[in-house]
Ligand binder design. Structure first.
Ligand code: 1PR
Length: 550
């Protein structure tokens, strides 16, 4: 098999990129020293995290000059995400740091006044942004396809600025901002999106680059719709994973977090077994799920070494599922069975190396938020949220929130942030607040959901997975009041979770709240509806979605 050289400067999930490269018929050789760059015929720099971190890693290790030489010599070069950003002159993210300077333009942060930042999700990479019809595709990019982006900084698109110097540009639109999704000239091709996480559409782009097929005939006519706002509504499938009483790792699903079968009379039966994690993840990928989330729901009782099966699940899933994978459960500083201290950052790194794109933290985030308030809203710099976000970027950290409603007759009954409930509580109460819990809802804390989400945003979390214990497994729809309340408090994206029972619930949450994504579990696992049925329904309602491409 032909080879491609990959430069890993500890950039997060490179396993998925390796899997994607192998899938399109190439093998990977690692660049381990600057001398290896000279041996490379085709070179790829992947990337997540910070512009400055990436550049300083490259500079300190002596890679800058060899990379520039590789490019000058006309050899194929591809940069992905932050690997694209470093090709530019600089970034607002780290104004002091110089990029490789191949393109004399600087990146800017997205404005968060009208939208969530980071920009996470499936968007266009459109080479006919101005609507002119073209019969050519740049490295297999298609105007109607969607590609997975995750970033806070982007190259603003200014018509003609790059083109006048011979660059071909593919753009995307986020809110009112048009930015560069991919850019190519001669031997250089860089993408802000992750081709290895963009399903078949992304694999086609990767293959075109590796095969050297810069220009290909375009098999479709770009439609006017394809050139408009491109971010789709994200639909996520969530798999709660735990060992059952026989010791097998199974996908399970609770009702209000109780995962044991009930026979109508007694509770506490066997753990519900809804299938095998890797098979189910693949099924949802093929139905068009935009992301797959695994929650290891027994982790709080076990040490991470006992979690090794989750690593294997990620490794195997990432071989055939080319959309983002999130893993949650047990990500915190801990002591292994042999007494060795293991930091949350080490655990997260193990997951990233095994194919995860994001890690989700539940219980530990609540404790960290409590400490943040105890320090009068000062960050310590040492919490898992901060250490993981510093190393891998805030887009890699999701906070999974497990709140439960507490009803009160009047806001003055509690010091917590209350909302007027649409339905009165069990004793006719008109208000409620959302109490944070830890350990899978077993322990309630004196912290409300607003306090939690604002604290973790300040600490560097990139996204909120917003569950609701009252709604979990009820199939009665999402908790719209909770979602609106949280969205009003923070700028980072929110994934609405708990309560989805039919496609209409997804349409409702996208129409009545500003949620950035919506997640379902039970309704998919039971086979009541497929992800495709949800997406078809959303599409019928005029909501933009990405459909699975073969
Ligand atoms: O605290 O960092 O170790 O993380 C533990 C993680 O495991 C947390 O994210 C917590 O939400 C999750 N978890 C713990 N116990 C349970 C349980 O069910 N007993 N699962 C549990 C929570 C996940 C939800 C569910 C939605 C949608 N379930 O995201 O998928 O409610 O369900 P639905 O669509 O069927 O209504 P840590």
């Amino acid at each position: 098999m032909p080879t491609v050289h990959l430069l890993d400067y500890v950039a997060g999930n490179v396993r998925s990129l390796v899997n994607a490269i192998e899938k399109v018929g190439y093998t990977v050789e690692w660049v381990k020293s600057p001398a290896d760059v000279h041996k490379a015929e085709k070179l790829i720099i992947p990337g997540v995290g910070h512009f400055g971190h990436c550049m300083s890693q490259l500079r300190t290790a002596g890679y800058v000059e060899p990379i520039q030489q590789h490019i000058r010599e006309g050899k194929p070069f591809m940069g992905i995400c932050v690997g694209m950003q470093v090709v530019f002159e600089g970034s607002e993210e780290d104004p002091e740091v110089r990029g490789l300077g191949v393109i004399p333009v600087k990146l800017k942060k997205f404005k968060d006044t009208d939208k969530s930042v980071p920009h996470i999700g499936w968007n266009s990479a459109n080479t006919s942004a101005k609507g002119e019809v073209t019969n050519e595709s740049l490295y297999g990019l298609k105007p109607s396809s969607k590609y997975y982006y995750v970033h806070s900084y982007a190259v603003p698109y200014r018509e003609g600025e790059l083109e006048k110097n011979g660059w071909s540009v593919a753009t995307a639109r986020y809110g009112r901002e048009e930015f560069v999704g991919a850019v190519a000239k001669d031997n250089v091709f860089v993408t802000q999106f992750h081709p290895e996480k963009s399903g078949a559409a992304g694999l086609a782009v990767l293959k075109a680059f590796l095969d050297g097929k810069r220009v290909q005939p375009l098999s479709e006519k770009p439609s006017a719709a394809a050139t408009k706002e491109g971010l789709t509504r994200r639909v996520i499938a969530c798999l709660d994973v735990r060992t059952n009483d026989q010791g097998d790792l199974v996908v399970t699903k609770g009702d209000q977090y109780d995962v044991r079968e009930k026979d109508g009379i007694s509770t506490g039966g066997a753990v519900r077994n809804l299938g095998k994690p890797v098979d189910m993840a693949r099924k949802y990928y093929e139905q068009g799920a935009d992301e797959v989330t695994f929650l290891n729901i027994t982790s709080f009782r076990n040490c991470p070494v006992a979690d090794t099966p989750m690593l294997e699940i990620l490794r195997r899933t990432s071989e055939s599922v080319f959309v983002p994978l999130t893993i949650g459960g047990g990500i915190r500083d801990t002591v292994d069975t042999d007494g060795t201290k293991i930091s949350a950052l080490d655990i997260a790194s193990m997951y990233f190396k095994s194919g995860a794109d994001k890690v989700s933290i539940g219980s530990d985030a609540v404790i960290a938020a409590e400490e943040y308030y105890a320090r009068d809203k000062q960050c310590s710099g040492t919490t898992p949220i901060e250490t993981i976000s510093a190393a891998y970027g805030n887009q890699a950290i999701v906070i999974s929130v497990d709140p439960r409603r507490v009803y009160v007759s009047s806001p003055s009954e509690t010091s917590h942030h209350t909302i007027k409930a649409s339905e009165p509580g069990p004793n006719g109460e008109d208000y409620c607040w959302y109490q944070c819990t830890i350990k899978g809802g077993r322990e309630a804390r004196d912290l409300d959901v607003r306090q939690l989400v604002t604290a973790v945003e300040a600490m560097g979390a990139g996204e909120i997975l917003l569950n609701c214990i009252d709604k979990d497994g009820t199939n009665s729809g999402f908790d719209l009041e909770l979602i609106n309340d949280v969205k009003a408090a923070i700028k980072i994206p929110v994934i609405a979770s708990s309560g989805a029972g039919n496609p209409g619930h997804f349409a409702e949450v996208f129409q009545k709240t500003r949620t950035d994504a919506a997640l379902g579990a039970g309704m998919f696992h039971r086979g009541d509806y497929s992800v495709k049925q949800v997406k078809d329904y959303l599409q019928d309602k005029g909501l933009l979605v990405r459909q699975f491409e073969e």
